[in-house]
Design a protein around this ligand. Structure first.
Ligand code: MN
Length: 194
């Protein structure tokens, strides 16, 4: 995860002559960090949860997508860092290419590192990733409020859990993954891309 040349794995998996996905040459801005949740119908449907950390998008695949109910623990499997400009990628990854299938931006917005705000020694995102304990505040259109990402298995076979924190944005009656399937940037669903 996030470090020197952390996009190496991302680039090795892709042939940029064949896929319209970005190769990741553009450098990061200095704005507030973004998060992105992309709905991706690959061999299996999943939601790619990505956080901007030090100029790349640190990423997890969340099979069921995020919940707004603090009682739900959603499995999140780490995947390779992605370039920042992947954050507005929507389209079709061609057959035979890595991750072949359709992608939309299901939600995006800015986020804040809550641990850095709450704790005296203010854990940076990099430190929080190493410790396997993230607490972040998301400001998306569908998903907002505090979320924890907690590592439950060690390196080599990492598993994390994505959990809504108990705050005023928690809502056990909402289920945006099923009621709001469309892209927040184009309004399209995955089916609209085909
Ligand atoms: Mn994916």
């Amino acid at each position: 995860m996030s470090g020197k040349d952390s996009l190496k794995t991302y680039r090795e998996k892709r042939d940029f002559k064949k896929t319209a996905e970005p190769s990741g040459k553009r450098k990061s801005g200095s704005k507030k960090p973004i998060f992105v949740i992309q709905k991706h119908d690959a061999s299996r449907l999943h939601y790619d949860f990505r956080l901007e950390v030090d100029g790349v998008l640190v990423s997890w695949a969340v099979p069921k997508g995020p919940s707004t109910d603090p009682r739900d623990k959603r499995l999140a499997v780490p995947t390779e860092d992605h370039p920042l400009e992947y954050g507005d990628f929507e389209g079709i990854i061609p057959e035979g290419e890595y991750g072949a299938g359709t992608v939309i931006v299901w939600d995006t917005g800015l986020y804040r590192n809550l641990r850095a705000e709450k704790e005296d020694d203010g854990a940076s995102m990099q430190k929080a990733l190493e410790e396997g304990k993230l607490e972040i505040w998301l400001e998306g259109k569908k998903i907002s409020g505090g979320y924890a990402l907690i590592r439950t298995r060690k390196k080599g076979d990492e598993r994390w859990l994505l959990i809504k924190m108990k705050d005023e944005r928690a809502n056990a009656r909402r289920n945006p993954v099923s009621t709001e399937p469309e892209s927040v940037i184009s309004g399209r669903t995955l089916e609209d891309l085909l």
